[in-house]
Design a protein around this ligand. Structure first.
Ligand code: AMP
Ligand code: MG
Length: 189
């Protein structure tokens, strides 16, 4: 049986970067994980359905449409065999409030062993978003980023209750990517 690990964190915290760092370390030890991006699965379906042009538009779609895309992505991802690392969000900030990234029907399909929360200081996230030209990141203040990070901790606790998974918090502080990668690699081994 492969391990299923879900990696979460607010947009701009550097999830993808930490994942790449950790997987590079593990590959050197001969440990393989398939890295999957939940948003990409949703986006591929959304593009086929012709409902968006850009992945950052998905979180503003009608809630029912987002849920449907989410469910289809969850089902497809649950079928991937082996060690799988799923890059996603504990909660998605929508215009109508926080939406669970892993509602019960998605969580019970995937049945993760571990949920990782990648976090850092709110003002560091703010700076990273401002300097990321490749994405349409939400423009929000440090206080609202703090609220989102707090909400993610709470909802991760609920996910642990439903599945019996563990929750690991990894800090991705400025200039300490190496340490974050090591911490993530340690839980994936
Ligand atoms: P990302 O590239 O990780 O920022 O994801 C792009 C977009 O995919 C997000 O802004 C969300 O709209 C969507 N998304 C990713 N994971 C989930 C999820 N678990 N549930 C709902 N939407 C998600
Ligand atoms: Mg990412």
């Amino acid at each position: 049986m492969g391990k299923k690990v879900i990696i979460t964190g607010v947009p701009g915290v550097g999830k993808t970067t930490v994942v790449n760092e950790a997987l590079k370390k593990l590959r050197e030890e001969g440990i393989e994980y398939q890295s999957i991006n939940f948003g990409t699965f949703m986006f591929d379906v959304a593009v086929k359905d012709n409902v968006v042009k850009d992945r950052d538009q998905m979180r503003t779609l009608d809630r029912a449409v987002q849920k449907q895309l989410q469910q289809r992505a969850g089902q497809a991802i649950a079928r991937v065999p082996g060690n799988v690392l799923i890059d996603t969000h504990a909660s998605v900030k929508t215009p109508k409030g926080y939406m669970a990234g892993l509602p019960e029907w998605v969580l019970k399909e995937i049945l993760p062993d571990i949920i990782v929360l990648v976090e850092t200081d709110d003002d560091q996230i703010l700076m990273r978003r401002m300097t990321d030209e490749t994405r349409s990141r939400d423009k929000e203040g440090a206080k609202s980023i703090a609220e989102h990070q707090q909400f993610n901790r709470s909802i991760a606790a609920a996910y642990a209750m439903v599945t019996g998974c563990t929750v690991k918090i990894v800090t991705n502080a400025d200039f300490l990517l190496e340490r974050a990668g090591q911490e993530l690699a340690d839980v994936l081994r």
